[in-house]
Design a binder for this molecule. Structure first.
Ligand code: NAD
Ligand code: IPM
Ligand code: MN
Length: 365
């Protein structure tokens, strides 16, 4: 039996609820596929702060680094919102991404036929959308220096951050994006603000330079404000989008809504020398935490990405994806994707239905 060590980082809010579902799904698919998981659960974010005083304990980072793949729920919550920067749950997540050196964050957004009605966009606009946001994850304004608080010449309090990219950081994310586009429909749109920002001017220059290595991929450029507009005007024009850390954060939340819900979108963070980090793109959803209302499918689909991109278990990943579609076909919906005529279920029940779908669908695949 092939054994895989997976670090589970449930985190805060709905994190533990959705990770519990994903863990059951992974265990069941393992039994069908003749593989075995060894899970290690570690604290991160607010729960780690409460437990140890820091948002990313040494032991958590070490466990993550020593595993074959890492699956994270979500972090954050009202309780820690006014903490100092270094004691915020979000800082723990950024330290984890930096610690694992996972600079390439793949965020696929596709409109499933089953969920066209859950989109807030008109059917003819949403239908058939299938795009991938390649988000740079360990650079840009999230990490740039100088940063901090201070006072200006008038004695006024200031907060400041720096958007900075080195050529090597742009080159490596661009290559991942071109490779990704090549495996999809061969179209790459680089999103920047090169009409205003120096960091974006370098971004565009380097992307054009790297494009010479990929003559088969059709490259275009778009300013981020226009891209935000085009995403709701005519999202089908996009295949692969590559962009910096903060634009990618924003545009991927926006893209998620075309598909019906942020509760559906998984992600894979890759590019380090060690394990990949897999997480839904949504947060800890404090407004619904502890109420068994969260949609676990983004995390279940992140587990599928973990199998595919993290462990090379492609068939097991396909079993999970097929089970998710089957569950939706059988009419089960959490509140965020509910439409009249469907069966409204909570987080746990949705997880149970995915397990049933695996049991009935897996053998026939
Ligand atoms: P959020 O993604 O947590 O929630 C936004 C809205 O979407 C809420 O109404 C929420 O109920 C809903 N939602 C999110 N996930 C859902 C799911 N799986 N099923 C159904 N509904 C879902 O974003 P926010 O409210 O801006 O942030 C809340 C906290 O989460 C903050 O502390 C923030 O820093 C943190 N956050 C963490 C991550 C992460 O861990 N990767 C990502 C984003 C935000
Ligand atoms: C995400 C989140 C994080 C980010 C926060 C919580 C640090 O919004 O994963 O999209 O901005 O990257
Ligand atoms: Mn985000």
């Amino acid at each position: 039996k092939k054994k895989h060590n997976v670090t589970l980082l449930p985190g805060d809010g709905i994190g533990p609820e959705v990770i519990s579902v994903a863990k059951n799904v992974l265990n069941l698919v393992a039994s069908h596929e003749g593989i075995e998981f060894h899970f290690q659960e570690m604290p991160v974010g607010g729960s780690a702060l409460d437990l140890t005083g820091v948002p990313l304990p040494e032991e958590t980072l070490t466990a993550a680094k020593n595993s074959d793949a890492v699956l994270l729920g979500a972090i954050g919550g009202y309780k820690w919102d006014n903490n100092e920067k270094h004691l915020k749950p979000e800082t723990g997540l950024l330290q984890l991404r930096a610690g694992l050196k996972v600079f390439a964050n793949l965020r696929p957004a596709s409109v499933l036929p089953q969920l066209v009605d859950a989109s807030t966009l008109k059917k003819e606009v949403a239908e058939g959308v299938d795009l991938m946001v390649v988000r740079e994850l360990t650079g840009g304004i999230y990490f740039g220096k100088p940063r901090g608080f201070g006072t200006n010449e008038n004695g006024d309090e200031i907060g400041f951050n720096t958007e900075v990219y080195a050529a090597y950081e742009i080159d490596r994310i661009a290559r991942i994006a071109f490779e990704t586009a090549r495996k999809r429909r061969g179209k790459l749109c680089s999103v920047d603000k090169a009409n205003v920002l120096e960091a974006s001017m370098l971004w565009r220059k380097r992307v054009i330079e790297i494009s010479k290595e990929y003559p088969d991929v059709e490259l275009s450029h778009m300013y981020v404000d226009n891209a935000a507009m085009q995403l709701v005007r005519y999202p089908k024009q996009f295949d692969t989008i590559v962009t910096n850390n903060i634009f990618g954060d924003i545009l991927s939340d926006q893209a998620s809504m075309i598909t019906g819900s942020i509760g559906m979108l998984p992600s894979a963070s890759l590019g380090g020398s060690g394990p990949g980090l897999f997480e839904p793109i949504h947060g800890s959803a404090p407004d619904i935490a502890g109420q068994d209302k969260a949609n676990p499918l983004a995390t279940v689909l992140s587990a599928a990405m973990l199998l595919k991109y993290g462990l090379g278990e492609v068939h097991a990943a396909e079993v999970i994806e097929a089970a998710v579609l089957d569950t939706l076909n059988r009419g089960f919906r959490t509140g965020d994707i509910f439409a009249p005529g469907n069966k409204l279920v909570g987080c746990k029940a949705m997880g149970e239905e995915v397990l049933k779908s695996i049991d009935t669908r897996a053998p026939s695949l």
